[in-house]
Each structure stands twice: as C-alpha cells, then as structure tokens.
Design a protein around this ligand. Structure first.
Ligand code: FAD
Length: 391
C-alpha cells in the first residue's frame, strides 16, 4: 500500500497541455503532480508538425476568423519563452525554422490575391524571392509566389524534454485512475490504488479525456475526434522545407514540415488537405502514391527515388463541435474541483494554461503547504515518431 499524497493541482496527461500547465503552476508556486499512463508527449503532441500558428492559414478564404484573432498572440508568447524571457524558460528548445512559408504554385497566383486583399493578412506576411526562398524551393524550375509567415516551427521532442525537466519531481507513471470521493465530493484521485488529494484536478489527457470522464460517471464535456492520415518520407536528397502549399480550397493543399532524423537525413512530414477526409479513406499504399504524385507535381526537381515512405493515422481530440468543425480556442470546462481541457492546437497550450489560472484566481485557490513528494516512478519521454516509423 503506497502512502497517500497531497498536492495543489493534480494533472492527468503529459502532452503539451499538461506539461505546459504543470510548468506554469510550479513557477507560480503551486505544488503539482502530473500523472501519465504511457509516454510524455506520445499522444498527439510528438505527432504534430510543431508549427506555432499565428492563425494566418485560417485566413486563406480572405477574412480573418475568430480563430485567427485568438491565436494571433501565440507566436510572440512562444518566441519570448524560447528567448528565455517569457512565461516559461524554454531557451534550450530546438527551433526548426524561424518562419513557416505559404507558397502558391504558379497557376494559383489569383487565389493569393484574394487572400492578400485583407489588410490584416498583409500585415502578417512578407513576400520572399531568390536567396530568401526556402532551400527546397530555390530551383530554376520553381514557379510561384512565396510568402514568409511569422510562425515558427519547433522540434517537439526537444520541447517535451525541456518541459519534463521543468516538472522536477512531479511526474508519476501510473495506469489506473479512479475517483476519490469524500462526503460525496470529488477530493482527488485513486492512482494505481494510491490516494492523491488535491485542491483541483485537471484532465489534460487529449483523446484519453473521454475515458477519464466516463470513470467518474460523467459524459460532459463531450469530445470529438478528427482523424488524419499523415505521410512521412526520408531521403538523403531532401532539404528542409516548412510551408503550406496553397490549393483551390480554404485549407492548404499540402503542409510540409521537415524533421532531423538521428542518422542525419531529413524527414518530410506531410499534412494539410492530403491528410484530411479523402486521405483518411485511402489505405497506406494509396496514400503514399497520392503523396508521391503531389510532390512530383509540385516539386518535380526533388529526387524521390531513394525515399522511404510511411503513413501515420492519428486523431485530433477536441471538445465536440457542430459538424466536426475546428474549435477556435483552447477549451476548458469546470465542474467543482474538476477541470477538463483540450488546447485544440499545440500552439494554444499557453491559452489553456491562462484559462486554468483564471479559474484558480476566481476561486481563490492558493498554494498550500504539502509534504515533499517521495521518489515516484517517472514516465518515459516519447521517441520522435519518425524514428519509430522510418528507423
Ligand atoms: P496529447 O499530446 O495527446 O497528450 C495527452 C497525454 O495524456 C498523452 O501523453 C496520453 O498518453 C496521456 N493520457 C491519456 N489517457 C490517460 C490516462 N487515462 N491517464 C494518464 N495519462 C493519459 N497543433 C499545432 O499547434 N501545430 C501543429 O503543427 C500541429 N500539427 C498537428 C499534426 C497532427 C498530425 C496532429 C494529430 C495534431 C497537430 N496539432 C498541431 C494539434 C496538437 O498536436 C494537439 O492539439 C496537441 O498536441 C494536444 O495536446 P494534449 O496535451 O492535449 O494531448
């Protein structure tokens, strides 16, 4: 039988949401404990493309939506954290690219004109040419327009590593979670049979939130999953590229990010429209064939003969929206001591933390005294997904 523990905030889920919140709370003087049942970052977070969106891609249809406004602050906050003078000290985290690019293949110049018609959009993008082009587009055969977006791209495994450091001794690997109730009220959780009492309990378990809520007999807030079928390729001929390629519709036709593999080669990670509904309906071979066709058409000078390919199916987990729409902000629901959150974007993890802090402030939940934590089994960090799929 393990001794009981107490803390101010007990967090379940060690993805970007839980780890960011945990680090912010610790910095503010709260005692925290974060429970993870698999690996840190191993849910959606290390499978993400690592783009710190400022919302510009949501403006592809010409107007800035609510989402674009809410997310616009995020690149500045992340840049401050990476520079070591923001809300968290992320100064050691690897930045893959200082900018993400928007590129319209030659035939689609007209489409960009309507996108750039908005003054708010023009303020956020900068046309680039010649030597300033991303390496993979710097080819005499390249035709099209390229714009630099003020959106950085991060190496998510290194981000998760830094946030795990900031968690200090407050990480716990555990499998079984059940409610701990006293006088009919939720007072904490039973974690692998160990009683953990807390002033607040925050579920940040991504796709795991639905099951955790069910274990507490709750069905709200409801969750939705939006599936993706992503593609990865690795080859010595690839050069780094971080860009949305514009298609005819409101979503990018292709979103390419590039990730350094342990063997020194680059891995291209392909999302965007390719990975959405029609891509989800394709089997692996069909999806790879489609990705190959897209790259051959868009970047015919890139030699794909030595490439090794893989696909990855992964769901985005979010609060339920009407017609599986994309939510606009980080989401937090509250029921007495229990808080349930989804950031809805890696980039919006700071927004989710703000919402938790606002809730603590409103309810005057202050740091209290707790006995020091004993040595606890620590969850492992997730491996980069490209190392697993394309070793
Ligand atoms: P997760 O990262 O899924 O973490 C949840 C954690 O909880 C996991 O570690 C899991 O093991 C743990 N867990 C689950 N159940 C339990 C339990 N019962 N007990 C204990 N632990 C549990 N966003 C961007 O901003 N930029 C991008 O470029 C981007 N690209 C993306 C690409 C893809 C393919 C996908 C799928 C998403 C992308 N996103 C992007 C969205 C972003 O990845 C997610 O919004 C974000 O990572 C969610 O973080 P999270 O911490 O809520 O969830």
């Amino acid at each position: 039988m393990f001794p009981a523990l107490s803390t101010d905030v007990l967090i379940v889920g060690g993805g970007i949401a839980g780890l960011w919140l945990n680090a912010r709370l610790r910095q503010a003087g709260y005692a925290t404990l974060l429970v993870e049942n698999a690996s840190l970052g191993g849910g959606q977070s290390v499978k993400s493309q690592g783009i710190i969106h400022g919302g510009t891609k949501y403006a592809l249809h010409g107007a800035l939506s609510g989402a674009s406004e809410a997310i616009a602050e995020m690149p500045r906050r992340w840049r401050a954290a990476l520079a070591g003078d923001g809300e968290l000290d992320l100064s050691g985290v690897r930045r893959l690219s200082d900018a993400h690019y928007l590129w319209s293949p030659g035939t689609l110049a007209g489409k960009l004109t309507s996108f750039l018609a908005s003054k708010a959009v023009r303020a956020r993008v900068e046309p680039v040419k010649g030597e300033a082009l991303p390496a993979a587009l710097r080819h005499p055969a390249f035709r099209g327009n390229v714009y630099r977006l003020d959106e950085l791209v991060l190496d998510v495994p290194s981000l998760i590593g830094r946030l795990a450091e900031l968690a200090g001794d407050g990480l716990l690997a555990a499998q079984e979670i059940a409610p701990l109730r006293e006088a009919g009220e939720l007072s904490g959780l039973l974690v692998d049979g160990r009683e953990i009492r807390a002033q607040r309990i925050v579920f940040c378990a991504g796709a795991g939130n639905a099951e955790l809520l069910a274990a507490l007999g709750l069905s709200q807030p409801a969750m939705q999953r939006r599936p993706l079928h992503m593609v990865m390729l690795k080859a010595p001929t690839l050069e780094p590229l971080y860009a949305h390629c514009l298609g005819g519709g409101p979503k990018p036709r292709l979103t390419v990010t590039s990730h350094p593999a342990a063997d020194g080669q680059w891995v291209w990670y392909l999302g965007g429209d390719l990975a959405e509904a029609e891509g989800v309906a394709r089997d692996e071979a069909q999806q790879i064939a489609m990705a190959r066709r897209e790259l051959n058409e868009l970047l015919p000078w890139v030699d794909l003969t030595p490439a090794r390919w893989a696909t990855l199916r992964v769901d985005r987990a979010e609060p339920a929206q009407s017609a599986l729409a994309r939510p606009d902000n980080a989401f937090l629901a509250e029921q007495a001591r229990l808080l349930v959150g989804w950031p809805t974007k890696l980039a919006l993890a700071p927004d989710l933390s703000d919402r938790v802090f606002a809730s603590l402030e409103r309810d005057t939940v202050r740091p209290a005294a707790h006995p020091p934590l004993p040595a606890l089994p620590r969850p492992p960090r997730a491996q980069p997904v490209w190392e697993e799929l394309l070793p």
